[in-house]
Design a protein around this ligand. Structure first.
Ligand code: O7M
Length: 210
């Protein structure tokens, strides 16, 4: 079973396509964030789907009023994205505007140190919102496996947990899967390595046995 998601945070179209193609065998999905969309345009989403045959997650962390979220999400789903990542702290109406258009993933906690300032104190409420809306999944921090275990214990069964923070930010894929995550998101440890295919294979093998 594939549980690895590539965070393809490069600017250049050709480099992105090359890395995605050579790592695809070990991935469940490819995640695109602002760096790649700014550098290569929205058309990269369809190209990545064609080259890899994998789902593409658009990590825009949308956090706007419902109408603006809807305007953005419409174009991004039309461009071929299978999932959009949204912030939940803006409220259920803003998240609903995206969920009406396609599969959505809600951020309930983040992986960086600053997440403890504002997001972590709101995590319980964000989990409540998630359980009510029942999106495809949530984002939770691989850097804090104990928080992933906590989030898993509160989240309705069936809602997936996707965890960034493995490798460059210090988290471990096997640990966070044992804590209850379904997928790990990895960027720099793959795309910035000398041999991205080898790096992806090693990570895949590390987590495959969990
Ligand atoms: O492995 P890295 O650290 O190079 O990349 C991690 C990716 O996950 C990168 O695209 C970040 O923007 C993203 N991410 C986090 O690192 N922490 C979070 O809390 C949330 C995300 C994310 O994917 O949010 C949806």
């Amino acid at each position: 079973m594939k549980r690895l998601i590539l965070a393809l945070d490069v600017y250049e179209r050709e480099r992105a396509l090359e890395i995605a193609e050579c790592t695809a065998d070990y991935l469940w999905a490819v995640k695109v964030n602002w760096p790649l969309i700014i550098g290569s345009g929205l058309g990269i989403i369809t190209e990545l789907r064609q080259v890899t045959g994998l789902p593409v997650i658009a990590d825009l962390k949308l956090a706007d009023i419902p109408n603006t979220n809807r305007l953005i999400a419409k174009r991004v789903f039309d461009a071929g994205a299978d999932y959009i990542i949204a912030h939940g702290f803006v409220g259920r109406d803003s998240v609903n505007a995206i969920m009406e258009l396609g599969e959505t993933i809600i951020v309930v906690e983040m992986s960086h140190p600053g997440a403890e300032e504002f997001i972590q104190p709101a995590t319980d409420k964000l989990i409540e919102l998630t359980n009510e809306l029942e999106p495809f999944g949530v984002i939770a921090p691989a850097t804090r496996p104990e928080r992933v275990a906590y989030i898993r214990s509160k989240l309705k069964p069936g809602i997936k947990i996707l965890t960034p923070g493995v490798g460059a930010q210090g988290g471990r894929g096997d640990e966070v899967l044992k804590a209850g995550a379904d997928y790990v998101i990895v960027g720099r440890s793959i795309y910035a390595s000398e041999n991205p295919r080898e790096a992806a294979r090693n990570l895949h093998q590390e987590i495959a046995g969990v």
